[in-house]
Design a protein around this ligand. Structure first.
Ligand code: ADP
Ligand code: MG
Length: 273
């Protein structure tokens, strides 16, 4: 059993389960993604642990967003993208024909770089998913889901008195927490975040990072970030990608203090990126 110090909370984080693969939530094997003739992801295999934060880092264009999208089949929404290989969640193949991508994407929520609330009220943004998935039969049930989701996203206190106002009227950081609340409202198991803080100021970024640290108690979180400091602060596991290859994957502290591959070393020391 190995312990490391979490950079945000300074409390020890045990990653022994993640290393041995016992608690693996997402399992990727032989994943290849092409855009037309161009290969963007080459033979990626990795075990992503549940109830923890895994960071994907690497230079722009190395395939971080592409591999993230392979987890909830979002690459299917891109005409020329073709994915092969196996992606399993709790052992179940997500690429199987019997899996409904709409249901999958409720299980595997996604948060993007630019906050994208719907042009609806704060309440309706969060209620949208539970409504289309039929998760609440009575208005009071829906109210409860909306409140709980906003609380979990750390936004309730700021919006409780203006739920009927447009989500797009909130600040960027609040919008990003609203989008996280919208994802949480359909009880996902996994939350994918693609550079969720890159449009935010440092204070809003710190709030999202705190939130990520809280959410990992209940969710498997995978975050793409171009900030190595952010990866070091929020994640327990880090994967370094380069030109479509998964170069190195392991406990965050090891990747940053003792990388095994010279490409990882060059990237984390700022020699390219
Ligand atoms: P990252 O997120 O690490 O910046 P991406 O996953 O976005 O990398 O891109 C990986 C590679 O795939 C890049 O070469 C990029 O140009 C290419 N790519 C990404 N999205 C598309 C797309 N929709 N159509 C064609 N090529 C794409
Ligand atoms: Mg990207």
């Amino acid at each position: 059993m190995v312990a490391m110090v979490d950079a945000v909370e300074r409390r020890p984080t045990v990653y022994h389960e993640a290393v041995s693969g016992i608690e693996s939530k997402v399992s990727l094997k032989n994943v290849n993604v092409h855009y037309g003739p161009k290969q963007a992801i080459r033979d990626v295999a990795m075990e992503i642990p549940g109830k923890s934060v895994t960071a994907f880092i690497g230079p722009s264009g190395c395939g971080k967003s592409t591999i993230l999208r392979s987890i909830n089949r979002m690459n299917e929404t891109i005409d020329i993208a073709r994915t092969t290989g196996s992606v399993r969640i709790d052992g179940e193949e997500v690429n199987s024909r019997s899996v409904d991508p709409v249901v999958l994407r409720a299980r595997v929520g996604m948060v993007f770089q630019k906050p994208n609330p719907f042009p609806k009220s704060i309440y309706d943004n969060v209620a949208y998913g539970p409504r289309i998935h039929g998760l609440a039969s009575a208005k009071s049930d829906l109210d409860d889901i909306v409140e709980l989701s906003l609380r979990k996203a750390g936004l309730w206190d700021e919006v409780a008195d203006r739920l009927d106002q447009p989500g797009t009227g909130l600040s960027g950081g609040q919008q990003q927490r609203l989008v996280i609340a919208r994802a949480i409202a359909v009880s996902p198991e996994i939350i994918l975040m693609d550079e969720p803080c890159s449009a935010l100021d440092p204070i809003a970024t710190a709030k999202i990072e705190e939130l990520i640290d809280e959410l990992r108690e209940n969710y498997c979180i995978v975050i793409v970030t171009h900030s190595m400091a952010q990866a070091a602060r929020v994640s327990q596991m880090t994967a370094f990608f380069h030109l479509g290859d998964l170069v190195e994957y392991g406990p965050t502290e090891e990747i940053f203090t003792n990388p095994r591959d010279s490409r990882t070393q060059d990237y984390i020391t700022g020699r390219f990126g």
